[in-house]
Design a protein around this ligand. Structure first.
Ligand SMILES: [Zn+2]
Length: 240
């Protein structure tokens, strides 16, 4: 039933995807969205997967692969870490990624980014990383990163496709259109390096407190929405 729905959805809401080959001709920055334990590591917290999840594991593996290549080539990396103050809730979500806990840390395979000279690590206390990049003095750390590195395109990966990845991509596209991100031309979302969480409908029916969130459907809808706002969606990323 669910797979039929997905097939139908993909027909009605198609998402064109091309492979992307990066050669270094176009200055590219990698943006990692919330590849933290609290969203990716089994049993790590209220919003972490309860059991191993294929889509999330694939997203982490691809994020690690891309991060390694970008670091090797000395291409810029920007990593968002969802991080919240203990006393400031983020409705409608239960407490998660509290500052200073393991939940708010990058997954073990990416912890090296904390000491990587080409990486900028940014803690954010809201869904949208673009807003989460605003400092108290009004500066925006993400805008500064794009301008300092003269980035022409960003490759966006991480979790959740339909929440933090989508909101960030939409804001980056709006900011680009307002010429706030010059010289940025393209926001590219890499589908196989994105993931979302899974609450199947049958689980939501048992527990009235939770809202159904079928993973494959919402992953696809997230990509569709990002594409509708002007993001390019790619199915595969390789390096020349
Ligand atoms: Zn959060």
């Amino acid at each position: 039933m669910v797979s039929q729905t997905i097939d139908l959805l993909k027909e009605e809401l198609p998402v064109d995807q091309q492979p992307l080959i990066l050669s270094g001709d176009i200055k590219t920055g990698l943006v990692l969205v919330d590849v933290v334990n609290g969203f990716c590591t089994v049993g790590a917290g209220n919003l972490a997967p309860r059991q191993p999840n294929r889509q999330i594991s694939r997203m982490v593996d691809e994020s690690v692969r891309l991060s390694r290549v970008f670091a090797e080539k000395k291409w810029p990396i920007f990593a968002f870490l969802d991080t919240h103050h203990r006393d400031i809730p983020e409705p409608p979500y239960p407490p998660h990624c509290i500052a200073g806990t393991e939940e708010a840390k990058l997954v073990p395979e990416l912890l090296w980014l904390e000491n990587e000279p080409n990486a900028t690590v940014r803690c954010k206390d809201c869904v949208d990383g673009f807003l989460g990049s605003i400092e108290e003095d009004g500066r925006n750390v993400f805008i500064d990163w794009v301008k300092n590195h003269q980035i022409k395109q960003i490759l966006v990966v991480g979790i959740c496709t339909d929440i933090c990845v989508l909101d960030f991509a939409c804001s980056a596209l709006s900011a680009r259109n307002r010429r706030l991100l010059s010289p940025l031309d393209d926001v590219i979302v890499y589908s196989h390096a994105c993931a979302t969480y899974d609450i199947p409908v049958h689980m939501a029916r048992i527990n009235n407190d939770v809202i159904a969130h079928p993973q494959e459907l919402l992953h696809h809808i997230g990509l569709y929405m990002a594409r509708g706002r002007g993001a390019k969606i790619v199915s595969d990323v390789s390096f020349k």
